[in-house]
Write a protein that binds this ligand. Sequence first.
Ligand code: ADP
Ligand code: DP6
Ligand code: CO
Length: 385
Amino acid sequence: MADDQKIYRASTTAPVNIAVIKYWGKRDPTLNLPTNSSLSVTLSQADLRTHTTAACSASFPGPDSLVINGAPQDISGPRTQACLRLLREQRAALESSSSPAPLPSLSSFPLRIASVNNFPTAAGLASSAAGFAALVRAVADLYQLPASPAELSRIARQGSGSACRSLFGGYVAWERGGEGAAGGAEAGAGAGTGAGAEGAQARADDGSDSLATQVAPAGHWPDMRALILVVSADKKGVSSTAGMQATVATSELFATRAATLVPRRMAQMRAAILARDFDAFARLTMRDSNNFHATCLDTEPPIFYLNDVSRAAIRVVEDINKAVGRIVAAYTFDAGPNAVVYYLAENESLVAGTFKADMGSAAGWDTERGRAVQINGGAAIDRKS
Ligand code: ADP
Ligand code: DP6
Ligand code: CO
């Protein structure tokens, strides 16, 4: 086949991650830099995952295109464009350094990307996280980039913040970065706007150190489990991007959350995970979810991500913990009504069984769609080129 007809392809899958210390708020919406650090658990791809294929060819008519679950997407927005531009730049650098055996100039070919989520999209189950992690990995594989997961996480962050954490398995922190940089020193609602430069040494808050790192692999705490309760598969009314920007602009609670609560909880959560202390992990997880949703309620106009079924799920967890006399289950909710309940394998029948029995008759609850999932044991991303 002539080179100008050849189609180059790479496919990959990426997992969902569900934060236990939530990212909510941007200090720089253009670079997609968060106001505070966050920490999440990556779930098994055997359950919730995005599958993405990236193809390019000189024979494709432009422009680049992306199809999600069969629906063509508008990718003219700056976030997807930033990911594709950064990946192309890295490919172009490889091509220009590859003489005397030149590489095909894939960086100049139109891209066709097709993606499938096997779980609800834009419903608060981290589709943007798995989606952009898979997109960035698929194009990086197509371009045969030697980039590490940490480097790819920096690119994926610009597509969707939470996506940077899906490049790793297990327990993953996204460091806000920018400490000591001009204008980026303090966490909090006003961060990024200060005059800031401390002498000529201060570097720019350019996002180069805002990326994900693994706190511990899944095997560190192999008994951890997550129950996914799909309360509604509907697209949320307020996207995460719009919601957090409204919170930053209007909530008075938010500054305290970002400047004081989250930095303290990040340290406590790290320690809880490293010590495999489920009681501390669970208390912090529930408090942080509730604190994040409190800032949503404190936003003008208020944002309601939880519904009556979500609140019933909170009560089921409270009842289980009360009946046992210690904390064996912890709920958390992203920007949507769907619950994720963390628990240890030894309590599987108690936690999953009680949910099935208690929530089976709740309005809007479909027992068939509640499922227990494993925490990702291997590499976060499967390579299937
Ligand atoms: P969620 O709670 O599901 O993460 P968000 O509001 O954060 O919801 O993001 C939803 C957006 O993420 C979608 O509108 C789409 O732009 C993007 N997204 C979802 N799935 C994919 C995918 N497979 N590939 C690329 N982008 C995706
Ligand atoms: C509540 O990563 O979806 O799930 O960066 O604007 O795409 P964008 O936002 P996104 O926000 C996730 C918010 C959250 C908490 C979390 O995952 O940490
Ligand atoms: Co999202």
